[in-house]
Design a protein around this ligand. Sequence first.
Ligand code: GLC
Length: 440
Amino acid sequence: MTRMDLEELSNSARIILEKNWKEGFTIPTSKLYPFQWNWDSGFTSIGLSYFNLDHAIQELESLFSGQWENGMVPHIIFHSENEKTYFPNFDFWNSNVNLGAPQKPKSSGITQPAVHGFVLENLLHKFPDNDKLLAFAKSVFPKMVNLHRFFYQYRDPEKEGLTFIFHPWESGRDNSPLWDNSLDRIAIDKDKLPHYERRDTSLAPSDERPTSYQYDRYVYLLTLGKKYKYDERAIFEESPFLIQDTLMNAVLIRSNDSLIRIGERFGFDIGEIREWQSQSKKMFSEKLWNEKLETYVVYDLRAETQVLHKEIGGLTALYAEIADEDKAQKLNRYLLNLNENGFYLCPSFDVESPLFDSKRYWRGPIWPQMNWMIYHGLKKYGFDETANIVKSDLIELVSKSGFYEYFESQKSVASNMTTGYGGGDFSWTAACTLDLLKGG
Ligand code: GLC
């Protein structure tokens, strides 16, 4: 690509981010996701900082305006109660059954990966002396620590150092095959499940979206949370779905590191974060590594077993610098093999598994924000060749097909396509591409 092409791509990314800005926060894409999403906003804030630091700050501020008393930051903040095109909307979540949920803004009752610590560090790195950012960082720091405390207090009640999710949506990888067996154990009684109508399948092709079998189970788990007033203790005791996820924990660990460094700079007390960190890193490597598969895997707390699949969450251990040299080499080799075998990096699921589906959401396609984290992880270990493939594959897909939500992972299939999958003009795709072009 020429410098001109790259300039044009950065420009288009900026235009998308400006278009998706809605007075104080950014939507991931119009129609399909018309509110503020938690981890999307983190990546988006990094993108915004290239041309509007005020907006980058506001993005995080708006997100934390939805924080609950127990420290949780919800996965969706419904800043508008008039937008009716989304399911499950704020009224279905009814999160105010929990007295610690703010009356305004309304929110969902589950969370998403805690990217905010490393996002804040990214902004501070770019603007180390900006007074407004420094003031914001100092005011948001305790809120971020509070969020991490939520994870360690309520999502790790046995004090193992690893936190759990109770809904696949919390992992950010909604319909990954990782959750299939655990969801299969939930028997659905249709008469007891509240009536609901999906909206996503009228806005995107249904063969790119989760199936209705899966959706019933998502609604079941949501309803279970609501039934227990989103009380974390009760959820831990009652939920049939409790998983210690690789991505959730790796992102939390990566953000712990960032909060430690930020706290040191400001002279804040970071003893508690250091304690979480030393236990988490160790446990992650001990409990989630699978030597036969040569990757990190998720752990099903209800079935008391590792879930034996290679998938993209395990690779984020690189970004959190959890892997030792030997494990890192294995993860790097896994990616190089895929590259040699006709795949874009990084497919979200094991391409050799019968469950792989290069088109369906988290069951195989390429996801931009994942490439962003894995790129930075590989760089940390000095795997520059692989890192550059991860970066250039994403840039190639975006420049060829546009700023889609996610992309085809098989090169032979993608070569006949002119678009990506899911929503178009997507915020995290624009933000991550912009950052990789400018800074990465
Ligand atoms: C989908 C993704 C999730 C993301 C959301 C908004 O639900 O799986 O990770 O946060 O869309 O983009």
